[in-house]
Ligand binder design. Structure first.
Ligand SMILES: [Zn+2]
Ligand SMILES: [Zn+2]
Length: 317
């Protein structure tokens, strides 16, 4: 089968590899679509960092509840399934056997059956990738951890694929979304996804937001978010960031700001993701580029250029 061989973001190819053999408790999925995630740009040579994919079940373990031929999305994170965190739907916190699954830029992948996500009847594969992976998973977990209400001001710092997902989900929830992003292409895209204002870094952001979602990981931006949010407001850190110097007295005591974070999404978040999708959340607007699997190096080029949102590969081509 075909699979990605990653050397560097500007040096990727498809290679022939053996089809994976599903182990005990694992399912084999024929991939129909996969999406590129920003974290892949830091992959090591020789890896296949793909972890957002959807396809058709070819083999499923007995008792999994999934049928051969069924279209599914795939979660990149599974837990042991039996500890108290896993049983309460937060496999992200599992310390017994938390595993992250990759190798999904390929014709087939073997993953634990607990990674499979049932998608609504008739969901296209490229939408299934979005609802079962980072694209909607990250912003919906963030929404559940730091809710925003209709009419509330939300500031999103950084409108890469993650920030754009936050824009889409918060705008759908009725928030007034202000975006700060250096790329003109992505500012334009943020407006199409429902942001009311899209600014360049350094421009005045207007009235203090109740919530700031920090997606750049840059220390100066984190400090800016903590300073700009209204007293009693919340800053949600989305994704990894560097260390930053903060005055707890000035920020958390005097201004009573809450600083929290969210990573990926948990089993418990999935019903809400599906509910929003079925309610008409226009997830597909996050996708700006579609490529056939054979065009994988052009796909990475489009992703790295930053003149893109989600970039999706079609493995049926
Ligand atoms: Zn990711
Ligand atoms: Zn567990």
């Amino acid at each position: 089968m075909r699979a990605l061989s990653f050397n560097a973001p500007d040096d990727v190819t498809l290679v022939e590899t053996p089809t994976p053999e599903p182990g005990p408790g694992e399912a084999l999925v024929r991939i129909e679509a996969s999406a590129i995630c920003g974290s892949e740009l830091h992959a090591r040579p020789g890896e296949n960092p793909g972890h957002e994919a959807a396809g058709v079940v070819e083999q499923a373990p007995a008792g999994s509840g999934f049928a051969v031929g069924e279209r599914v999305g795939i979660s990149a994170v599974t837990g042991c399934g039996s500890c108290s965190w896993c049983r309460s739907g937060v496999q992200l916190y599992c310390t017994v056997d938390r595993r992250m699954h990759t190798a999904m830029h390929a014709d087939r992948v073997a993953v634990p059956a607990s990674a499979l996500r049932r998608v609504p009847e008739g969901t296209p594969a490229r939408d299934a990738v979005l609802i079962s992976g980072d694209a909607l998973g990250v912003p919906v977990r963030a929404l559940r951890r730091a809710p925003s209400h209709a009419g509330e001001r939300v500031l999103v710092l950084g409108a890469g694929p993650v920030g754009l997902g936050h824009v889409l989900v918060r705008a759908h929830a009725g928030a007034e979304v202000v975006v700060v992003e250096p790329s003109a292409y992505r500012r334009e895209l943020a407006l199409r996804l429902g942001a009311t204002t899209a600014l360049e870094p350094g421009e005045a952001t207007g009235a203090a937001p109740a919530l700031a979602i920090e997606c750049t990981g840059i220390p100066a931006c984190i400090q800016q978010a903590l300073a700009l949010v209204e007293p009693g407001g919340t800053v949600l850190q989305s994704g990894i960031c560097r260390s930053v110097e903060v005055s707890p007295t000035a920020t958390f005591v005097a201004r009573e700001v809450t600083y929290t974070g969210a990573w990926y999404y948990a089993d418990e978040d999935y019903p809400e993701i599906v509910r929003l999708y079925e309610q008409g959340l226009p997830a597909e607007r996050l996708i700006t580029h579609d490529f056939g699997a054979e065009e994988i190096s052009a796909a990475y080029r489009a992703f790295v250029s930053k003149d893109s949102g989600k970039v999706v590969l079609d493995w049926t081509a």
